[in-house]
Design a protein around this ligand. Structure first.
Ligand SMILES: [Zn+2]
Length: 453
């Protein structure tokens, strides 16, 4: 018991209760006041998962003065004792594809009436609407009626439905993982991917690293042997166990002797992005390519033999060969000014960026649903899909970049920089940046020293 209380205490700060209701206490009290025979009757069943107990503890205002806090703990102790002595017979089901709340209720032997009552308890109707395969739903049924329902979304989030004297109440229990920093570095021999794997990075982290530096370094064409990288990223822990990874917070990439440094900064509006130590955005105002991992099949040329028309014609854009259906992204923030058929271009989207630049995307198989002329799009937002509508010998994206109506080569045009850090964020950024930079340099020096020993 003492051990259990200790365990509860240590877990207390990590538990946050979004929807706290007094009913939890009523429930607690009801359990305390249960006649001993009833307690006896259910003994030996599966004990209540500790999270339910946490809810009871957190149900009181944790921020209250110490005196009140100690009362809370005391209350919790009593409750937890009783719950331990009154094990509850939960039945858990793993959600399969095609399951919904109703089908789960039927599996548990409940009726449509029960589904209706439970769904009615949640005024906004959101709590149990998103059930995904692999998650669990647990039922506590007493005397044929639903006493509690628990939807375990992840290790970090559970939603409870609890029967009270005045109907069902919904509660959301969220836990916050602790975060720590992880440093790693590597030198490229064959590819960034292999070097990243050797450095212990997941493929997702390698992609993240590549996308941070993707505006400055072409990871297919520019990479050389002995290019190197180092980075600090977040790791998330819950009860001492690693449960996931957070974003890269600082990184450096040395490509052919050129050093690029990226530092993550979250502005006062809560948006995070990467900046150079001087406060310039790592991202440019335009993506290098509107399709990921595509092969350039035809470059910008004023004299090219047209593959379908078979005569010399200027090719005022770049062609990217990619499979039909590959998503096409807007290369910059802007507004759709044309969306429809346009002669040999087939299905076309034209995006206006600021006052002078437009980009054109041709031969699309389909447009992205939900957008129209006038829609605002962000850099990287999907606007359509690769196809071969119009005059095209195979599925590809024909991409044009025009400045004041004049066609420019998208591969060589000097792209405008994205905005630097806002003026009123400068001092906050500087302090974050110097801390991150110092951390990165300390790690780098330590790693270097350990190699030299
Ligand atoms: Zn073309």
């Amino acid at each position: 018991m003492l051990y259990r209380l200790k365990q509860l205490r240590t877990q207390l700060p990590t538990v946050h209760l979004i929807a706290v209701s007094a009913c939890v206490f009523i429930l607690g009290l009801t359990l305390v006041m249960l006649p001993s025979q009833q307690v006896e009757a259910t003994r030996g069943d599966i004990p209540t998962p500790p999270l339910t107990v946490h809810a009871v503890i957190d149900g009181a205002d944790v921020d209250n003065v110490d005196q009140k806090k100690s009362t809370t703990i005391k209350h919790a102790t009593t409750t937890s004792t009783v719950i331990e002595d009154t094990p509850e017979n939960w039945t858990s089901y793993t959600i399969g594809s095609g399951d919904n709340l109703t089908s789960m209720f039927y599996k548990a032997g409940l009726t449509a009436r029960d589904v209706y009552n439970a769904a009615n308890a949640d005024k906004e109707g959101k709590a149990f609407s998103r059930l995904y395969p692999g998650q669990t739903i647990s039922f506590l049924i007493k005397d044929g009626t639903l006493s509690k329902l628990r939807h375990t979304e992840s290790k970090l989030k559970q939603t409870l439905l609890i029967s009270t004297n005045d109907g069902y109440k919904v509660e959301v229990i969220e836990r916050t993982p602790t975060t720590s920093h992880k440093y790693t570095s590597g030198t490229i021999r064959d590819s960034l991917f292999l070097a990243g794997e050797e450095a212990g990075l997941s493929s997702k982290k390698i992609m993240e690293l590549a996308s941070i530096f993707g505006w400055d370094v072409d990871f297919v064409l520019d990479i050389r042997k002995n290019d190197s990288f180092s980075l600090i990223y977040e790791e998330k822990y819950l009860d001492g166990q690693k449960i996931g990874e957070g974003p890269i917070i600082a990184a450096q990439f040395i490509n052919r002797g050129n050093k690029f440094t990226a530092l993550r900064y979250t502005n006062t509006e809560g948006n995070s992005s990467y900046f150079t130590p001087e406060g310039y955005s790592m991202r440019k105002a335009f993506l290098r390519s509107p399709v990921g991992f595509a092969r350039i099949s035809s470059r910008f040329s004023l004299k090219r033999k047209h593959p379908v028309l078979n005569r010399i014609r200027a090719h005022k854009g770049v062609d990217y060969a990619a499979g039909t259906g590959t998503p096409i992204k807007s290369s910059g923030d802007g507004k759709i000014i044309y969306r429809g058929k346009k002669g040999g271009f087939g299905n076309v989207v034209i995006v206006q960026h600021g006052s002078s630049i437009t980009t054109l995307y041709a031969h699309m198989s389909n447009f992205k649903r939900g957008q129209k002329v006038g829609s605002r799009v962000q850099q990287g937002q999907v606007i359509g899909f690769v196809g071969k509508t119009g005059l095209a010998s195979g599925p590809h994206l024909h991409y044009e970049f025009r400045v004041n109506g004049v066609h420019k080569n998208p591969l060589t045009v000097k792209l405008p920089e994205a905005k630097p850090i806002a003026k009123d964020e400068r001092s906050a950024f500087k302090s974050t940046a110097s801390t991150l930079l110092a951390q990165l340099e300390t790690y780098q020096a330590t790693t270097l020293a350990s190699f030299q020993h």
